[in-house]
Ligand binder design. Sequence first.
Ligand code: ARG
Length: 574
Amino acid sequence: MTAIAPTHALRAALTGAIDRALGEADVDPLLVPSRQPGADLQANFAMKLAKQLGQPPRALAERVLEALGDAGGLLTSAEVSGPGFLNLAFAPDALARWGTAALADPRLGVAPAAEPQTVVVDYSAPNVAKEMHVGHLRSTVIGDAIVRTLEFEGHAVVRANHLGDWGTQFGMLTQHMLDSGIEHLPDFAALGVLYRDAKQRFDADPAFAETARLRVVALQAGDPTTLALWRDLVAVSLEHINAIYRRLDVTLTDEHVVGESFYNPLLAATVDALLEAGVATESQGAVVVASSRFTNQDGTPAVLIIRKSDGGYGYGATDLAAIRYRTTDLDADRMIYVTDARQAQHFAMVFDAAAAAGWTEGRQVEHVPFGAMLGDDGRPFKTRSGGTIALTELLDSAIERAQAIVDAKNPDLDAAERADIAQAVGIGAVKYADLSTSRQRDLIFSFDRMLALDGNTAPYLLYAAVRAGSIATRAGETSTVVATITEPVEQALLLKLAAFADVLDEVAATLEPHLLCTYLYELAGQYTSFYEACPVLKADTPEQRSSRLALCTLTAETLTRGLGLLGITVPARM
Ligand code: ARG
């Protein structure tokens, strides 16, 4: 049994009371944190209902209050104030009961979604034969946090790694392999060399460019020799990509790769379906979908090219085949695409076309855009010579810097453990810096900032989680009961702990992981206030000591679970 969070229980009680008192069913009571001393929450429904019902808000609030009573022992005080808010304060023992139940619950008091959905999350999606760049890092980290949160909420999540494994560059690469007698690439570095050489030839030699183009046709037609070479390119790239995934501790594996090539056999039928539905039209030998919303600079409607005049298909066609597949074969209720904001118009046009074709009716389709990654200087994140920064090196530097911090802070731990901690802190810092910024904003990448021990950073939260957890260890006692709540800071901490479920709901709805980061940061702060004001090991009575230990444990578990949903692992010690 999941313990129902007090705010959830109160919301339900209020909705019931509004129904009984006013005959209005399913009204959202509009609960927000209260700023009144002595109150925890404020309900704002009366102001909204007053307009609808044409009655004074205070009178409505009074009637609901009468029907509400103490909400089954949940409240210790409730009163109408101002123009018609309800000020509500939880009964300490109701909160304590919740705390005890949450501590016994592996889900920490978070109820699974009442209506589980099938959700496809399209994220990471790097390109074969190229280095993963910082944009892919953002997509991978943000997408993985979204996936973990939705899964924890009880949804059936389908990870879709829309790998860029198809397209004209593979003609050039496989042709160059054939010409140079390369059948197998030993590693990703060799692929880099191959790419550079093939591109040079392609740009300099028109005859090669022509054979490369024919090679694409052979690849698309399934020529076995060409396919074998292409598979080798994909395999070598995936080794590189998977190594980064493992270092980053993201949940993507080979089984989630559904690359662009997967949709190749579905493209022709997709185009036919769009033509038949009258969504796509032929234009100068090409097939296009004209947008009713976007225009080019010259004022003509923007078009999504579905099939080029040479018969080739592009990125847009693949995305339309993918959305069709996700609705028909996967029967997705919700489809989420995590890419940088520059692809916003592309996705809007894909979604419009799919909607016009009737594929997405009754389903949610969302682009989750994110901003660019900038250096400390506020300029695009590049190497000094203007090249893209290799992710492997970026992660190496993060871990190296974390190592210096851990060595200084924990000289007494043995070297192997310090290395593990540095790994967790370094990777955690890179991920947390990305996730804690509102994703639409550009992200300033600063090692100093992300590794700071104070502020809204991974090191701060990891230390907080470890410290809260280690008190019970030091006490040599596991306490499972939150019994006496005497201090306001204890009550505030419990309320914050109980808000975990609300935050996860919000992240699942808005796909904004920074809301969870802010919550965890505030929780850590609330815990510090509690810890400073309330002696734990030296509490006045054994009962109080045990109750406070339980609060420490629940805080540690909530921080650990929350960080886990962001893809960040808390080490055993720090
Ligand atoms: N491979 C693309 C890129 O690197 C991202 C693909 C995103 N997903 C999609 N369904 N288009 O920009």
